[in-house]
Design a protein around this ligand. Structure first.
Ligand SMILES: Nc1ncnc2c1ncn2[C@@H]1O[C@H](COP(=O)(O)OP(=O)(O)OP(=O)(O)O)[C@@H](O)[C@H]1O
Ligand SMILES: [Mg+2]
Length: 277
């Protein structure tokens, strides 16, 4: 059972083959509870794919099913958008109120919930993103990482099955990025949400269950992070650098130092190097 199933999606913003395709025959499946990273350089088609998953662009060619709903049918579009919550790059563009709790209540109230149910929901999502106590604050006056956590809480308040994060850490400083990644780790481990994380950082993709690599509107390859992120040739074709730990692994190998396995994170690299010293 897949929650997302894309079959040969093809898309051109100009609706013309001569202008080139932004998606060019993308087939992809995602299982419920899975965390999939979509990794690709600028212009590779990541956002276009994300827009398809939420039917923000019409399906031109190919098929897409989300939670069993055919995305080509207009009558399914709203249900699909409720199934897939989107978090974007710039947290500032995602707030509708200048008070955190009102911002978080907006979505559920729009869907007809009221009173205690909404208050309870707001309490739970603030807890989920580690922002309890910020109810009366203005989202615009928070740090970048805190803003993005509130934006994620706002999407969680609608209880979507799938969370799509389009470069949600791209505008954050290292600390803000860590804060958001920690939330994603928790959601991943909770297993209740399906996560589609779009990124051009190979380091971030390491935390996913599976990584799909995009280039020129195509999926170049996919698999577990340990396989994909250590595949220098594949990443090179996608115009990407492997994670720093992978680069260090191959540099050490060239110098005659062979580690027991290829590390994906600096923590893993350090753990492997320590016994050698
Ligand atoms: N609104 C648009 N109109 C016309 N062409 C577009 C539009 N949005 C994207 N494109 C083109 O479609 C292709 C894929 O773009 P897309 O935004 O999906 O890439 P991306 O991987 O998300 O890039 P980035 O990392 O810069 O966000 C690119 O060639 C881009 O120029
Ligand atoms: Mg993009």
């Amino acid at each position: 059972m897949y929650i997302i199933r894309a079959d040969n999606l093809r898309h051109s913003y100009w609706r013309s083959a001569s202008a080139g395709y932004s998606l060019d025959g993308v087939s992809l499946t995602v299982q419920p509870g899975e965390m999939l990273a979509i990794l690709g350089r600028n212009g590779s088609g990541k956002t276009t794919l994300a827009r398809h998953l939420n039917v923000l662009v019409p399906i031109q060619e190919g098929e897409l099913t989300v939670a069993g709903l055919d995305a080509r049918q207009q009558s399914n579009v709203w249900k699909i958008r409720r199934t897939c919550g989107m978090v974007f790059q710039n947290p500032d563009n995602q707030f509708v109120s200048s008070v955190v709790e009102e911002d978080l209540a907006f979505g559920p109230e729009n869907y007809g919930e009221s009173g205690d149910a909404v208050a309870e929901r707001v309490r739970r999502v603030l807890e989920a993103v580690g922002m309890s106590g910020f109810e009366r604050r203005s989202p615009h006056l928070l740090s970048g990482g805190q803003k993005q956590r509130i934006a994620i809480a706002g999407v969680l308040a609608l209880d979507p099955q799938v969370l799509i994060l389009d470069e949600a850490t791209a505008m954050l400083d290292p600390q803000g990025r860590q804060e958001v990644l920690e939330i994603l780790r928790r959601l991943r481990d909770g297993g209740e949400k399906t996560l589609v994380m779009i990124t051009h950082y190979a380091e971030e993709a390491a935390m996913a269950h599976r990584v799909a690599v995009m280039e020129g509107g195509k999926l170049l390859g996919e698999g577990p992070p340990r396989q994909v992120l250590a595949d220098r040739e594949l990443l090179d074709r996608a115009g990407l650098l492997p994670p720093m730990a992978v680069r260090a692994f191959y540099d050490l190998e060239r110098e005659g130092i062979r580690l027991p396995a290829c590390p994906l994170t600096m923590e893993e690299l350090v753990d492997m190097l320590c016994p050698l010293s």
